[in-house]
Design a binder for this molecule. Sequence first.
Ligand code: ZN
Ligand code: ZN
Length: 583
Amino acid sequence: MSKIKVMSENMANMIAAGEVIEKCASIVKELVENAIDAGAKNIKVNLENGGIKKIEVIDDGIGMDREDAILAFSRHATSKIYKEDDLFFIETLGFRGEALASIASVSEVILETCNGQESTYVHIKGGQILDSGHSDGRIGTKITVTNLFYNTPARLKYLKTETTELNNCLQFVERLALSKTSIAFQLTNNAKVLFKTTGNNNLLKTIHEVYGLNTSRNMLEIKAFSDDFEISGFIAKPSVLKKNRLHMHTFVNGRIVRNNELNKAINDAYNTYKHEGFYPVVVINIYVDPTLVDVNIHPTKQDIKMSKINVLTELIYKTIKETLYKNLLIPNAYSLENNNSNPMEQKENYNYPEFPDSIVNIKDIPVNLEQQKLNIGYEDLTDEVNGEFKKLKLYPVGQVHKTYIIAQDETNMYIIDQHAAHERINYEMITQKFKEANVFVSQMLIPLIFELSTSDYKIFMERKDILIELGFKIEEYGINTIAIKAHPTWLKDGFEEESIRTIVDLVITKEQKFEKSKFLDNMAKMVSCKMSVKANEDLSFVEMEKLLNDLVKCDNPYNCCHGRPSIMKYSAYELEKMFRRVL
Ligand code: ZN
Ligand code: ZN
C-alpha cells in the first residue's frame, strides 16, 4: 500500500470517527460489542478517569490470528465481517469493522489477541502501526485505548466531565448486561469495581446485580406473544419508580433498542399506577421476525423501525396492564421504611449515584450489595403474589388524624389515605360511566352561566360536543356566553357547581394537540378529586366501611388517580418483629 493511500485512508477513518466516536461510552460500546461477537463469556471493562485517560476491554472470546489482527484496523474490515443488512438477522451486535480503525485513528491503541494457535500484539497510534509481533497472551482479546483525541483537540473538548463519561459507560454496560444475561460483565474505574454480573443466564438475578435487592424483589414477570411477536421479561411494581426513563429497557432480538413508541406503551400501561414524571424499571425482551424490521436507521442511534409496531405496542400495553391488575400490589410499609425508600422519593439505586468530585468507593454506595447478594434464590423472588385484591375483606378499626383509616384482616394491618382511596373509587366510577351507552341526566334548578373571552368561547364551541355526549345540556346565552342547564347524574349532589367550573376550565385549556381520550381522562381525574372526601374530615364507622368495600372492588386500588399511594400494609409478622415478639 502506498504511503499516500494510507494517509487518505486514515483521513477517512478520522472522519468516520467523528460520526461514531463522540464520547468514551461510544468506544466502550464498539469494543464490548466486538467482544460479544467474538463469543466472549467474560468481559471486563477497565477505565481510568471515567475512560478519558484509559479504556481497556478484556474478553475471553475466540481471538484473532495475526492477519486478522492487523486487518482489524483497516477500514475495509467491514465487508469481511457482516453487512449492515444482517444486523437483525443474526444474533450479532453488528460489528462494523471500521469502528476499530476509527478509534485507532484518533488515539493510541494496543491490541493483544490470541486464538489458541498464535498470540499477536499490534501497537497503533493515529492510525499508524508503530509495532507488531508476538505476545504471550491467553485466549481472547485485550484492547487498550489511551491518548484519546490527542490529534483532534477540537474533539477532545467535546468530552464531558469524568463523572459524566463514567456514568455513560456504566449505563451502557449495565444495559448490555441486562440484554446479554449469559455473559459476565465487570466494570472498574481507577481499579475499583463499580459493577459486576455473574452471567448465569438469569434475568432476574441480573436485574438484582444492576438495581439491587429492593428492585429485584419487586419485579413481576411478563410473558406474551402474538403471531409476529414474543415478549418476555420483568416489570417493576409501582412501588419501585425512577425519576428518568433510562430504566425502561427494551431489547429487540437481543439488540438494545430505544424507541419512543415502545416507551410510551410501557408508560401508558402504568397510567394512574404512578405519579407523572416517574418511570418504572422495566426489562423487556422482544423477539420478532427479522423481516419486519427496517434496518435503514443509523446503527449508532439504537432506534428501530418496524412494520406492525402497533401490534407490538398493543401487546406490551395489554400485557403490562394485565400483570399489574393480576397482582397484589399493596406496598409493605415496613420494608419501605427499612429500605429507606419512600416509593415516591425513592433514592436512585447504587448504579447511578450522584458522584461527588472524585469517584466513590463502592463501600459508600447506598445499597449494601455485598450483604444482599448472599443466599438469595432468584427463582423465589416473584413468589410474593398473593392473589387478587378483590378477594380481600378489610374491616375498619378507626380513623387517625381525620385523614387515615386503619383497617385489618386476618393477616395484615392496613393504613388507607381516605382522600386517595375515595378519589380512586370516584375515578373508576366516572371512567366506567364514560363507557356506558345510557346517560342519566339531572336538570339544574339554576343554570350555570359562563361568560368567556372570544377565543375561549370559540374553543369551547369547537369542543362542546364531547360534553353533550356525556349528558351536559349547553345553550348559547348571549355574546360569548353559555348556560349549562343539565349534567350527568354521576356528578354528585353538592359538588355540581365546583365540578362544572373545573370542567369548563379544562375544555378551554389551550393544548397543542387536543386528544379526546386524554381530555376525558384529565376530566375524570379532576372531578373525582373534587368529589372525594378530603383529609381532615371526620368519617363515621359506616362511611369507612363503605369506602373500604368500594376500594376493594377497584381495578387499581393501590393508587389515587394521580399515582399517589392509597393503601399500605404491615403484616402481623412485621408487627411482631417491630415489637420484638419475634426475632
Ligand atoms: Zn385529590
Ligand atoms: Zn390524587
